[in-house]
Design a protein around this ligand. Structure first.
Ligand code: NAI
Ligand code: AKB
Length: 374
């Protein structure tokens, strides 16, 4: 009898949760609902450790939000090699190119539409979400209300979704989650975080909310704080984007006007290392993780140092400097990122240093520029 009552209360609580959406915060009003919710949470805690154990032979179904951005496109390719094309569902609110659509399943998903997300998780039997949708640091400052919606409400939705359906959830954070009060050289894993951009504020919010849901509800939340990521795909409007633009302009015109001062030191990473760090971290057994949020990085350099390395391939490269509002952002961010905890706890190691990064980017961007000329 009690079993049936509890099961009925479970069903009611589940329906209530599903119907009310993520952000309503409706409080259970009866003792049985409270009991059901408590038991449900307890069960989740027990199941979360093993419910999401997947291998290449028993692959997870992965949803990537914001997957048409700089990181998402490459992440989808990387995971499809590991787990199979059909097991990685790309999503975004923009239309994919023909060639991206041909690479594997793609679906429209607005991160602000909780019900739409529920439908995707249920219909596609999703196990893991990699949540990339966001407005980055520079574009976030151009449209704060939209950044609040996408970066904060969007995180509310995916976290609640992951809790309801017991998904493993990865949300990236950033060097931008630190601010002028944080130690900048080096910036440790745990220290003061008082960012001055809406991007940074939203990322601290995501880190804290994810940790809270992990401790409170057993959510398998995982988060890496990335430095500036460098790849030959177009970046989405951040402060570290100059480092990508420098390659395109150097190889197209031999000239580049940089919006940061020549001595602005920032942590950076090649996308190959970024994707591998994410996948390695996502597949670490839960009991090996002492934290749910880790710094990762590969190197730190200034525009001047990047240009110097690039001149090995483009000797005539001319770089001029015209700092704009992004300088203020960069001046409040870490210069050197301390990722020793990730190295110690789950064996993180970068492979690309500045020399390797420049060599690879010259090859990849060079091929693109050549292709555009032909
Ligand atoms: N690229 C980098 O250097 C770094 C990125 N990150 C984080 O990694 C994640 C991915 O970054 P990028 O790929 O560089 O960003 P991006 O700006 O290139 O891509 C973001 C994607 O989110 C999508 N999006 C915007 N509003 C949406 C909505 N309402 N619903 C669904 N999708 C929406 C956009 O269409 C876009 O394709 C972000 O959370 C970012 O904060 C963290 C540190 C460094
Ligand atoms: C480091 C980041 O988070 C991003 N590239 C940005 O500059 O906003």
């Amino acid at each position: 009898m009690l079993g049936r009552t509890v099961r009925a209360a479970f069903a009611a609580a589940r329906t209530l949760g599903a119907a009310s959406g993520a952000a309503s915060g409706a409080a259970p009003c009866s003792a049985s609902r409270r009991m059901a919710a408590g038991l449900q949470d307890q069960q989740r805690r027990h199941r979360s450790a093993d419910a999401n154990t997947h291998t290449a032979e028993d692959p997870p179904k992965i949803l990537i939000t914001g997957s048409l951005g700089q990181l998402g496109l490459e992440m989808a390719r990387f995971l499809r090699v590991k787990y199979g094309q059909e097991n990685v569902l790309m999503s975004d609110i923009i239309k994919p190119t023909k060639s991206t659509a041909a690479e594997g399943p793609y679906i429209f998903a607005d991160i602000l539409d909780f019900k739409g997300l529920q439908e995707i998780v249920v219909s596609h039997r999703i196990d893991w979400i990699i949540h990339f949708s966001a407005l980055l640091s520079a574009v976030g400052e151009q449209n704060v209300p939209l950044a609040v919606r996408v970066n904060i409400e969007g995180v509310h939705n995916v976290i609640e979704l992951a809790k309801q359906y017991r998904l493993r959830l990865f949300v990236p954070s950033t060097i931008g989650s630190f601010g002028p009060d944080s130690p900048r050289n080096p910036t440790p894993n745990v220290t003061v975080q008082r960012p001055r951009t809406i991007y940074g504020v939203s990322k601290v919010h995501a880190e804290l909310l994810g940790e809270y849901y992990h401790h409170r509800f057993g959510l398998d939340f995982r988060c890496l704080r990335f430095p500036g990521v460098i790849s030959s795909d177009p970046p989405g409007g951040g402060t570290t984007d100059y480092a990508v633009f420098m390659f395109f302009e150097a190889l197209r015109t031999g000239k580049f006007e940089c919006y940061l001062r020549p001595d602005t030191r920032l942590p950076m990473m090649h996308i190959t290392d970024c994707l591998r760090s994410l996948w390695e971290f996502l597949t670490v057994p839960p009991d090996q993780l002492r934290r749910r949020v880790y710094n990762v990085t590969a190197m730190s350099f200034t525009p001047e140092e990047l240009a110097e390395e690039l001149r090995k391939y483009v000797p005539h490269l001319q770089v001029s400097y015209k700092p704009d509002s992004r300088q203020l952002i960069a001046d409040s961010w870490p210069q050197v990122f301390d990722d020793s905890e990730a190295r110690k706890d789950w064996g993180w190691e970068h492979k690309y240093n500045l020399e390797e990064l420049v060599k690879t980017m010259v090859r990849e961007v060079g091929a693109q520029v050549q292709g555009q000329k032909n």
